[in-house]
Design a protein around this ligand. Structure first.
Ligand SMILES: [Fe+2]
Length: 278
């Protein structure tokens, strides 16, 4: 496999890769990038210039692309254009999420290509959910048993399931139930898998208690020690593993911003650890 020129982006995750042209990327190069992605969860390939069809072709080399309800009627529904003409400064932070977690087989990869950028602002935040799981204290990991006596004592939270709703994108978008703690199906690492954008409730737990649990988890999972904030440069192509990280768009800019996006279909979300006692 070809050697890649990489430099770390942060202690929490990510590498920046230079010296590549992703037009007609070889299978060997895709293999090398995939290895780096599993290790670092986020890649930023610098200095790319991929038109929509070229980004689509590059994405297809990683798997089946998913469409999104918001782009169903677009000219090319596989390449979403995330554009803001007037800017959104003053609206604070977009919510943290893992892309399309409401889908029964949520995308394992998102690729986002910077095309038009404001002169400042519009960064994207990333949070490493493997680190968040590892740092979750024992009491929080065991807390699920307070509400579900059928769960084992240790790390009972991993026996819980949460509902993720896509209804903000229309009635036809599904809801899906996934484990609160997921097993990464390639690395075998555990990660928290709830997010404030799409997770509506925890299955089988009274609404207010579930909200308290979710809010506490969200505060924990976005701790700065798990995070990296990416300041985009024109031509950056970010590739991240939604099984490992959450992200958020920082809505602090007031100039045009446009990025193109493809997402690669994943598999069903695997449970991370203890199952309910029979
Ligand atoms: Fe997103």
């Amino acid at each position: 496999m070809p050697a890649l020129k990489t430099e770390p982006l942060s202690p929490a995750m990510g590498v920046r890769i230079t010296g590549l042209d992703l037009h007609a990327a070889s299978a060997d190069l895709i293999g090398s990038l995939r290895t780096e992605l599993l290790r670092h969860h986020l890649l930023v390939v610098a200095h790319q210039n991929l038109h929509r069809e070229e980004l689509q072709a590059f994405g297809c080399a990683w798997g089946e692309l998913l469409t999104h309800p918001a782009s169903a009627h677009a000219e090319n529904p596989y390449v979403q254009i995330l554009a803001s003409r007037n800017g959104v400064r003053g609206r604070g932070y977009g919510a943290w999420h893992s892309d399309m977690s409401w889908h029964p087989t949520p995308p394992w990869i998102t690729m986002l290509h910077a095309r038009t950028l404001p002169s400042w602002g519009g960064d994207t935040g990333y949070a490493n959910q493997h680190l968040a799981w590892q740092a979750l204290d024992r009491a929080a990991k065991d807390r699920g048993r307070m509400f579900r006596r059928d769960l084992p004592d240790a790390e009972a939270i991993a026996g819980l399931d949460a509902n993720h709703s896509g209804k903000r994108f229309g009635a036809k978008a599904p809801d899906s139930v996934h484990p609160v703690v997921r097993l990464h199906d390639e690395s075998g690492s555990l990660a928290l898998y709830v997010n404030p954008e799409f997770t509506s409730h925890i299955v089988g737990i009274e609404e207010n208690a579930a909200k308290l649990m979710l809010y506490a988890l969200w505060v924990h999972t976005t701790g700065l020690e798990f995070c990296y904030r990416h300041r985009w440069s024109p031509g950056d192509l970010a590739i991240w593993d939604n099984r490992s990280v959450m992200h958020t768009s920082i809505l602090d800019y007031d100039e045009p911003r446009a990025l193109t996006r493809v997402v690669v279909k994943g598999d069903a979300v695997l449970r991370g650890a203890p199952k309910a006692v029979a």
